[in-house]
Write a protein that binds this ligand. Structure first.
Ligand SMILES: Cc1ncc(COP(=O)(O)O)c(C=O)c1O
Length: 344
């Protein structure tokens, strides 16, 4: 008898960082407005320092860091990195220090995520780099420096995505599959953000294992579709190995769209800002301009193009990121003003 995914997952140590399951909410008002049966997997409600996708990913990496005798978690990202916030929080939760290497980008304002890392006492280092991807090299140099000072750093890459951390989203996918079965729902599609692809790949693994064969749709927040597909291959293969699955087994229908990114990562596009307002006005749920707003913008565009009908169930994964809203106040304000809202 082949092992179940649950049995395979149980082989990997995990440091619990959040309560699960996160809720699967039916969005009655947004569904009525859009004309689709919309459900939201609320991973924005994981309970570590304002929530998001990272606690699930970090549970595996933090367990590994502790087993390796780490004294400090090191990671890197943009100035408004959610990952920096949640790595810092995870480190503090287990009694470690955190060093975060952040890019000196246009969102380097004392707001949102950046404010929170200072509140949790992170050692914050800004990297003067031309290319955002050079930041990882910079972070490795910081690790060397920490080592020479007698620390034992444990490095967690951008977005927290590693083969091991993808297991967090395999667990999330199993959780979602249970919730769908428990509610008697058969989804026509599951939408996730696609940054490095850890969420997408983990979810896909679990949904297919449970026989949920709808398209899994990734909305890129960053790279073009070809790069996303390459990342997906990498995570799919690596997690297959960890979970004793054949990497060449069928993956079913996957779609990845890169036209919602805008000019660059973090661009608060018109469609994204409209999607944030739509979700806020109909459901009282906050989305962010970098990840969840983009996913909802993609879903709305597909609906408006006639892709889904009122009797079709569509699930969207809300991966959090809402603290970044506060760093986008000028764009949000201008957008509300453009929509005729009288602002103070
Ligand atoms: C809120 C949020 N959602 C989604 C992602 C992207 O997840 P992945 O890199 O697993 O695609 C990130 C990555 O930093 C994030 O902060």
């Amino acid at each position: 008898m082949p092992s179940t995914l649950e049995e395979e997952l149980a082989r990997y140590p995990r440091e619990p960082l959040t309560r699960t399951p996160t809720p699967l909410h039916h969005l009655a008002h947004a569904s009525a407005r859009l004309g689709v049966d919309l459900h939201l997997k609320r991973d924005d409600l994981t309970d570590l320092a304002l929530g998001g996708d990272k606690p699930r990913k970090l549970e595996y990496e933090v367990a590994r860091a502790r087993a390796a005798g780490a004294t400090v978690l090191v990671t890197c990202g943009s100035a408004q990195s959610n990952h920096a916030r949640l790595t810092t929080a995870a480190a503090r939760r287990v009694g470690l220090r955190a060093t975060v290497v952040l890019s000196h980008d246009e969102r380097r304002i004392f707001q949102g995520n950046l404010l929170t890392v200072y509140l949790m006492g992170a050692d914050v280092r800004f990297a003067e780099i031309d290319d955002h991807w050079e930041i990882e090299d910079h972070a490795h140099r910081v690790c060397d420096e920490l080592r020479s000072e007698g620390e034992t750093p444990y490095y967690i890459p951008v977005s927290g995505s590693t083969p091991l951390s993808c297991l967090g989203y395999v667990r999330a996918g199993l959780e979602l599959a249970d919730q769908l079965a428990g509610s008697g729902l058969t989804p026509a599609a599951v939408y996730t953000p696609f940054g490095t692809g850890g969420i997408f790949s983990g979810m896909l693994t679990a949904l297919r294992e449970r026989g949920i064969d709808c398209p899994v749709i990734g909305i890129s927040v960053n790279g073009d579709t070809a790069r996303c597909r390459t990342n997906l291959d990498t995570w799919w293969t690596a997690t297959s190995e960890l979970l004793d699955r054949d990497p060449d087994r069928p993956r079913g229908a996957t779609e990845i769209y890169d036209q919602f990114v805008g000019r660059a990562y973090g661009d608060a596009t018109e469609a994204c800002l409209d999607a944030i307002l739509l979700m806020g006005e109909t459901e009282g749920v906050l989305l962010d301009p970098v990840y969840s707003g983009k996913v909802f913008a993609g879903l709305c565009a597909h609906r408006h193009a006639g892709r889904w009908g009122a009797d079709e169930t569509v699930v969207m994964v809300h991966s959090g990121g809402t603290p970044a809203l506060f760093a986008y106040a000028p764009e949000l304000r201008a957008h509300l003003a453009k929509r005729g809202v009288d602002l103070p």
